[in-house]
Design a binder for this molecule. Sequence first.
Ligand code: NAD
Length: 480
Amino acid sequence: MAIQSSYGHFIHGEYAAPASGRYLDSINPSDQSIVTKIAEGNAEDVEAAVASAKGAQQAWAAMRPLERGGLLITLGRLLKENIDEFARAESAEMGMPLDFAHMAMTGAANYYEYYGGLAPSLHGDNIQVGPGQHSYTVYEPYGVVGLITPWNGPLNQSARGAAPALAVGNAVLHKPSEFTSITALMLAELAIEAGIPPGILNVVTGTGAGVGNHLVEHPDIHKVSFTGSLRTGQMIGHAAADKVMAVTLELGGKSPDIVFEDADLEAALPGVMFGFIGNTGQICLAGSRILVQRSIYDKFSNMLADAVNNFPVGLDKSAPSLGPIANEAQFDKVLGYFDVAQEDGAKLLAGGERATGGELDKGFYVRPTVYGDVNNAMRIAREEIFGPVGVLIPFDTEEEAIAIANDSEYGLAAGIWTRDLSRAHRVAGQIESGQIYVNYYLESSVEHPLGGYKKSGIGREKGIVALKQYCELKNISIKL
Ligand code: NAD
């Protein structure tokens, strides 16, 4: 599956030229070369894709779950067999180092295998209301589900939504980010090879304004799963309210990673560092607010600054290394936050500038960055930067750490580093976040539910819980 020079949409089992006849350039962020051209979709393309999905969905839903799930497992296995091609494509479009891209592709394949295996496990309840009535519930698919994904983890995030939606019998219309569409198209092709019927996984590419909003507003789309920025999530939430449509919103974060004085600092160091520089910091779950107990603050901040300063930047380095920021707009945003940090009066401990020299000059590279003595009121402590930037905030007591951790409009994830198990449970119980890691940060999983408190989102993805997020629940009661 080599990268093609241009791609149409993938509708009903084949590539289709865009109705507009127009294409968008997909740019490699490591050198700004053109990777390919992707179709610039519009309402007409969305209409064609929804019609195809609607026509195919009922037979898919009627298939025995064991058989339907088996096809998803086959898709996951085919993805693993083709993992090198997928990793290369994702790396070219998004800038992920190849080792990271392999991990992300494996994660995507795991979603198809996991939800394929779970497909036959879906079952309703028998509600015991006495001998005069037989009452039970059944889960039914919505029909056609719209899936809108961002550029920071393209295939992995799409698999996270598509796999459970497909497993319970929905058809999916996927709109990937206009910056990173290739692997979504390659996967839709592979789905046909796996035996998944045409129309069940359609992909329409293009912008939010050209495709995304038509998808959200379409009367035959009955649920939308969106991963992306808070601002777009709010707009989709408004549109969904007008339609009275179900939505899952996976939005941003500014997650605290708390290092207590009794932590194993040698173990915490790589965990904390990858928590905010992994994927060049472009991870919604990034532990970018690092709260460190004052008694170990100097020691740990020196350790972290050293490690970050020595971390290799560039795709040509031996793994692991830091890739470029995924696109120019995001690159400019991250550089802008270096100025904001200066204005805020934060103390620069590492990085804080564009990474230059040799091949780096052609791409959107920044140095991994740490600021010290940060106050939680500063903009760099409150706003999601979405780059490899960590801010260090000192604290004295457990209560203060919890208060700072919760003083955020977001609530996606949190890390806790301690050897005290009681403290770990106590603190975890009080933090307002959907996902808490104790003594590690951010290992890829399909089993753990993911979702946000506060402005980090609505609903949950991943884990068994996600299956039911793609279903209507029906109660049937029979008077005996
Ligand atoms: P974005 O909101 O700009 O775009 C996300 C997707 O929405 C893209 O496909 C885009 O084309 C589409 N879109 C844009 N406007 C639209 C509209 N009006 N209607 C419908 N669709 C529209 O986000 P981004 O910049 O691509 O991604 C970065 C953001 O995503 C960060 O804030 C990050 O935290 C968040 N994110 C969240 C999670 C999570 O699981 N919580 C995971 C990854 C990224």
